[in-house]
Design a protein around this ligand. Structure first.
Ligand code: CA
Length: 234
């Protein structure tokens, strides 16, 4: 049991969804406050200073994207967006505006709890602290300080671009990184529309790092959104 239970702000207008999520989180040792509108959500985000925000994108009085933008003006509180199916564009916009992750409804409880753990863990690193310099999962080891990649005891040679792409995913391990973020960090601001670069280089990385590149276990595709380096065995 942690020293203090994390406080979660749930901004969601559907009462049954709110009841379900609140009951689930309380059963897993979270404090929960609820808001049914964007206006109330913003007031509670400012007034209660929650540790994490779960944000429905379809709210009655404002778009969840507007809420994300408004919260990010003053706070770095992790935001996980709850999105209805088929609203790919909204999810991507929310992530680009500074949301940390998203879940598509209906989502499973273990998935919700796992994403929340990742978001809270990342937020727990003090500002200015060096990012995690080593990543290890299932025989893969990436050392960002030594710029070394080892798979099953063998050192792997990557091109500079392949390495930059992998290193970006390592720095966000467990989290989805949008196409736009990846293109910006690896290729630069002028290349954010060149999604096909990512397909090519991701295929090369999978070929070098995955046991079966056609069924990746570490370098996961988030359809229409981006990629995620899994930080727990799948
Ligand atoms: Ca809604």
């Amino acid at each position: 049991m942690p020293a203090a239970l994390p406080l979660v702000l749930l901004i969601e207008d559907e009462p049954h969804m709110r009841r379900f999520v609140t009951a689930t989180l309380r059963a897993h040792d979270y404090h929960v406050v609820e808001a049914g509108t964007a206006r109330d959500g913003l007031a509670q985000a400012a007034g209660r200073n929650p540790d994490l925000i779960l944000l429905d994108l379809g709210l009655p009085d404002a778009d969840g994207l507007e809420v994300t933008r408004a919260i990010r003006r003053s706070a770095t509180t992790p935001i996980i967006v709850l999105s209805a199916r088929g609203r790919e564009h909204d999810k991507v916009s929310a992530l680009d505006l500074g949301a940390d992750d998203y879940l598509i409804k209906p989502f499973g409880v273990p998935e919700l709890l796992a994403r929340m753990r990742v978001a809270l863990r990342r937020a727990a690193v003090p500002a200015g602290a060096p990012p995690q310099s080593c990543f290890e999962l299932g025989g893969l080891r990436v050392d960002l300080v030594r710029r070394q990649v080892v798979r099953a005891g063998q050192e792997i040679h990557l091109t500079r671009t392949e390495y930059k792409l992998l290193a970006t995913l390592v720095r966000h391990a467990g989290q989805v990184v949008t196409h736009r973020q990846l293109l910006h960090e690896v290729w630069g601001a002028n290349y954010v529309e060149h999604t096909h670069y990512l397909r090519v280089y991701m295929a090369q990385l999978r070929h070098k790092l995955e046991d079966d590149p056609t069924r990746p276990r570490m370098l996961a595709t988030e359809p229409g959104v981006g990629y995620r380096l899994r930080d727990e065995p799948s």
